[in-house]
Design a protein around this ligand. Sequence first.
Ligand code: C2E
Ligand code: MG
Ligand code: MG
Length: 658
Amino acid sequence: MLTLLFALFVQNSGELLESLQGGGRTYSHCLRLPIDSHGTILLLSPAPPHSKLPLTQAFQPVLRNLAKAIHLCRDSAQLTQDLVSDRDQARADLAAALQRSERERAFLRKLNDTIPDLIWLKDPQGIYLACNPPFERLYGAKEAEIIGKNDYDFVDHELADFFRENDRVAAAAGKPSTNEEWLTFAADGYHGLFETTKVPMLAADGQLIGVLGIAHDITERKAAEERIYQLAHHDPLTGLINRFSLQERLKQALLSVQREGKQLAVMFIDQDHFKDINDTLGHHVGDSLLVEIASRLRACVRESDIVARLGGDEFVVVLTDVGAGIDAAPVARKILEALGQLYTINGKVLHSSASMGISISPNDGDEVETLMKHADTAMYHAKGNGRNNYQFFTKAMTVAAAERMELERGLREALIIAQFELHYQAKVCTHNNHVCGVEALARWRHPERGVIPPLTFIPLAEETGLIEALGEWVLEEACRQLAAWRTEGIKIESVAVNLSAHQLRSPMLVERVGAIMRKHNIKENELELEVTESVAMGNPEMAIGQLSALRQLGVKLAIDDFGTGYSSLAYLKLLPIQTLKIDRTFVKDIESDENGAAICAATIALAHNLGLEVVAEGVETEAQRQFLAEHKSDYLQGFLFSHPLPAAEATAFLMEHD
Ligand code: C2E
Ligand code: MG
Ligand code: MG
């Protein structure tokens, strides 16, 4: 502003007046200055200037003071303006703050009234200062009745002591502390688990002025957690612990037996033929059976032992403290006996049994994986040993298990690169010694091991399911060969093919046999299927259904190895079969054992009585042939007539005996 004034003056933009009349006086040397747009300043010098001082100099001090005054004036005006706007702002801020605090208070009120958590405030002596409505439910009293009282006025001494101790701990710690407690509401008897947080309230000087409590109901959350835990660690069907938990528990048990220098037994249990039960009686029956098995297993062992279900029909029992390894044997026997007892499920009586493999720590390993693997290997041996028995793991089993794996791998490969072949063994008509049929017997021509007999690979093919493909190939190849012999003019009544248990169960069997017969133009009774006695009797209802359907296709049916299994004559009568094949173990005994001879004779008579033809297997001597011919066995088969021969040799043999 000062600069501006000088500028004005220097530029003489002000108006210099010689004299001015006003207030009864005459002023000379007046200076009129317009100030911005606000007005004009008149500078008057009442006396004439003393000298001839130039006007500019005469007014200079005045102008300087004036400039200062104007500046001050302007500053104070600005200040006033600032103060006013600050005041307005302060007012607005205050209004906003009030609004905010009102909102916060409303929020706190709402929170206090609606939050389901129990909230209360006590003074350092435990006297209630405030509480919210849910807390009123706990003590069954209104806030006004609670304030001024302490816990001893509402709950028993023991619980009040407990609350007081929690308050004391939180106060002493000087920071919030949380614990879980079961509370029962006096108002309605509700009983739940609460997570309670105690917060010590401290004044600015650090003095304790009270303890704030918040209790949150976690009953449902805990139950849900418990359910999730159960699902993650237990088998939902049987309630036993699952594979995951077993590993944890077994690890713990191993640590403890290692510490105490004790022994532990891992028993791997697999139900025998469980799949048959599931397939024929339905999964609900299978499930009920598993539940019953689980409860029998639990009943056989001590509380401290572990019982787990790995899945399917596989269970594991861990005896957490056994003496010398052999001590597990009585428990194993007890378990197998319990599992072998009859089951009544949905009013139906069922029979089932189990196979068990046992590994002992530390002898057979001191790690979960090893023990489980060894018990599993031993279990396979129990299966191979005729099922319904237990086997202790031995080192030799590992070698056998490795061989088995190698065999399985080779078997898969053999199917792909066609290493199987069929040999044919003649079946001779007893009364005229004519070859009337052949039995097709599978062989595996192994590149290194030579010819592998079927008893080595058929059971493995069964177990692994590979029999499905192998069995179909055998059927197809036997039918193709029969058709080829026909074309070559070789007269032969029938070709017999062996059916495995797995194949007999297959729902595709009838359709596949029908298709193969059509493909090779096989007529009625030209294809004979042999089913062993044990396979047919293992599940007679299923066998009757499948065999009847096959019979409808025109397939001839025989029971193989008769006399080796357990036969029910009642069922035998119901099976739609045409032939009984007497097992060679009886034929072998004809000369040496009266019983063997008697059994053969009786079987032939029985079969004839049932309207069945008889084939005697394994005829090796003239004496056996003679005996069987005398007792009217219809057909004979055995090394006496021919070994099983490869196709080309069999063709030559058939041509020779045509
Ligand atoms: P199987 O059906 O009872 O076949 C007869 C078995 O007795 C054959 O053994 C045969 O070589 C043998 N044998 C025949 N005559 C005599 C004899 O006079 N003395 C002696 N000691 N043995 C004789 P192989 O070929 O080793 O077959 C064994 C079993 O393997 C068969 O018993 C059959 O149950 C099964 N098998 C063979 N081929 C197949 C097949 O393609 N599928 C299925 N599922 N099983 C097959
Ligand atoms: Mg046979
Ligand atoms: Mg046989």
